[in-house]
Design a protein around this ligand. Structure first.
Ligand code: ADP
Length: 288
């Protein structure tokens, strides 16, 4: 967390130039795990700015594209992007309030509706960044090939390069990866996914309705988003019931969920190390 870091005058000047109006810092906000955040006033309009003094190449441009792709789906509310720079992203400010009584149902139904929006194939029109980890998105016709070559293998290679995984875990991971064809389907619907769906990336708007933030969008098997929600918790039984009512899950989800949790766990191993390797090992052993 970087909540105490104020937006520097230089950053504010770049944000103002991007917005085309003189912006004023209102308040530093608690940032996420990766970026710093602030509320600014842009000629009377409240704007949320996230920034990073040492950004990964194109990270904010990728996030802006993802937010636009989610907005284009016209399902759940997503903040409108106001300006982007290499080291900042400015968007509509969500004045968060208490969740409305039907928040969970709206989120479940809205996510199912988002997943009904389909890509022609698996991937996205540009590569992404999840946290600071590159997310290759080149289109693929086979979901198994996409999941293996664009997700598990590059993440395993990155974790290995950083020395974040033991030889034993890598070996088990490779064994599971070699069996992917029998664990996940080759041709599920290529659903539009949020891509980083944990509870911290779902906000309640001023009317108490769900708002999606901080995505890592691509088109893939919808169960990936659901598996991620179950990894760290925070989503209620009412959310899952509403999702399943809107679009029931195919049999075997519980086992595939383990397969799909490999990816967020690898990302967490890369970003935060240590304890997540334990969790990854436990997940892999359930699949071995
Ligand atoms: P990071 O990329 O560092 O993870 P996030 O995009 O998740 O940062 O933002 C950090 C926090 O800021 C979120 O958990 C949320 O509470 C808040 N936030 C995100 N977007 C907005 C927004 N448009 N308006 C108001 N608050 C926001």
């Amino acid at each position: 967390m970087h909540g105490e870091d104020p937006l520097s005058p230089e950053h504010l000047a770049r944000v103002s130039a991007g917005l085309g109006v003189e912006a004023r810092l209102v308040q530093t906000l608690p940032g996420g795990d990766i970026n710093r955040a602030a509320l600014i006033d842009a000629a009377g309009e409240p704007v949320f700015v996230k920034w990073n003094a040492d950004p990964v190449d194109r990270m904010f441009a990728c996030e802006a594209e993802g937010l636009s792709a989610l907005r284009d789906a016209h399902t759940l509310r997503v903040p409108k992007v106001r300006a982007i720079g290499p080291d900042f992203l400015a968007m509509e400010y969500i004045a968060s309030a208490t969740a409305a009584p039907d928040f969970d149902e709206k989120l479940g139904r809205g996510l199912a509706a988002l997943h009904r929006v389909r890509g022609l194939r698996f991937g996205f029109h540009q590569d992404g960044v999840l946290g600071v980890v590159p997310q290759p998105n080149a289109w693929a016709d086979s979901w198994v090939a996409f999941y293996r070559h664009r997700r598990v293998e590059p993440l395993a290679a990155e974790a290995e390069r950083r020395g974040s995984l033991s030889g034993a875990t890598l070996k088990t991971l490779r064994q599971v990866t070699s069996r992917l064809g029998s664990l996940i389907p080759a041709g599920p619907a290529p659903s539009r996914l949020h891509g980083d769906l944990w509870s911290g990336n779902v906000m309640a708007s001023e009317t108490g309705d769900p708002v999606l933030v901080d995505p890592a969008v691509f088109h893939g098997h919808r169960e990936m988003d659901l598996a991620m929600t179950e990894l760290f918790g925070g989503f209620s039984p009412r959310f899952y019931a509403a999702y399943r009512e809107a679009w029931p899950l195919e049999p075997g989800y519980e086992r595939r969920r383990e397969v799909y949790q490999i990816v967020p766990l690898l990302i967490h191993v890369i970003l935060f190390g240590g304890p997540y390797e334990h969790q990854l090992r436990a997940c892999l052993s359930r699949l071995s």
